[in-house]
Design a protein around this ligand. Structure first.
Ligand SMILES: NC(=O)c1ccc[n+]([C@@H]2O[C@H](COP(=O)([O-])OP(=O)(O)OC[C@H]3O[C@@H](n4cnc5c(N)ncnc54)[C@H](O)[C@@H]3O)[C@@H](O)[C@H]2O)c1
Length: 254
């Protein structure tokens, strides 16, 4: 489908990959709803992007909030064509850490935001997309964000890797099920991206991380992720697949 004229919801839209994707979609002529818990940054992004963007403060794990959001969206926009799930957290903790045992709360929190949050958003999005008139061959598209940690989780990433592995594993069964409704499901598994998460690290650490990437030997730019998301929108034959987006990096154990 063309991005132009579509209605897209981007979670985590206040920061990093979500913000870059929202900016790209707006530049390509879409109407974008930025979903995030961070109201200050979300409103700043909305102001930056202008009338084609709207911010909705929402916790993606909250069933009531998300259901109400999609009902309101159907009322305001009439349809939703694209969902990009970028909201996520990436804390690091060892199972047998120096400060004690990995907390069960932290494990559940990571799974809850990264997996349940993405699923919660996509189920309501799919319900809405299934009502759309066909646009060419399709009715809608869902893009989830995994990580190379799904394949090469490092020490301290047990919870995060488990959450991203789940995102990878959901891709095919979702694409198979939603094929009947002409809705595609794709996943992007980024390597090391230059987002606020990484930009907060000291310069020498960022350079060391960049040097680990075979080629191009640098951190990936959020705009490059956004461009890939844009290509997935426009290429209707991409479905049920996970695309590694990582400059050929294969993460070491630590
Ligand atoms: N940055 C990287 O190197 C990298 C690498 C691989 C995968 N990823 C994945 O990409 C996604 C985006 O990462 P990023 O670097 O842009 O992170 P980021 O921290 O810059 O942005 C994440 C956004 O998600 C929002 N968020 C968190 N929990 C939420 C919730 N419950 N409801 C609504 N919003 C919530 C945050 O407020 C934040 O604005 C994440 O899923 C992350 O795991 C990032």
């Amino acid at each position: 489908m063309n991005i132009q004229g579509k209605v897209a919801v981007v979670t985590g839209g206040a920061s990093g990959l979500g913000a870059a994707t929202a900016s790209y979609f707006v530049a390509e002529g879409a109407q974008v709803v930025l979903v995030d818990m961070n109201a200050e940054q979300g409103q700043a992004m909305q102001a930056q992007l202008g009338s084609k963007a709207r911010f909705a403060q929402l916790d993606v794990t909250n069933e009531t909030q998300v259901e109400a959001f999609f009902q309101e969206l159907a009322h305001i926009e009439g349809r939703i064509d694209i969902l990009v799930n970028c909201a996520g957290i990436a804390p690091s903790a060892k199972v047998l850490g120096r400060d004690g045992l990995h907390s069960l709360d932290l494990f559940q929190k990571v799974l809850n935001i990264n997996v349940t949050g993405s699923f919660n958003m996509l189920r309501f999005a799919a319900q809405s997309m299934a009502q759309n008139q066909l646009d060419g061959e399709e009715r809608g598209l869902i893009i989830n964000t995994a990580s190379v940690a799904a394949y090469e989780g490092q020490i301290g990433q047990t919870a995060y890797a488990a959450s991203k592995g789940a995102i990878v594993s959901m891709t095919l069964p979702l694409a198979r099920e939603l094929a009947r409704d002409a809705i595609r499901v794709m996943t992007i598994a980024p390597g090391i991206m230059h987002t606020p998460m990484i930009a907060a690290m000291p310069e020498h650490v960022q350079q060391a991380l960049g040097a680990m990437v075979p080629f191009p030997s640098r951190l990936a730019r959020p705009e490059e992720f956004a461009k890939l998301a844009g290509h997935i929108v426009e290429n209707s034959y991409l479905n049920g697949e996970v695309i590694r987006f990582d400059g050929a990096i294969r993460m070491a154990a630590k």
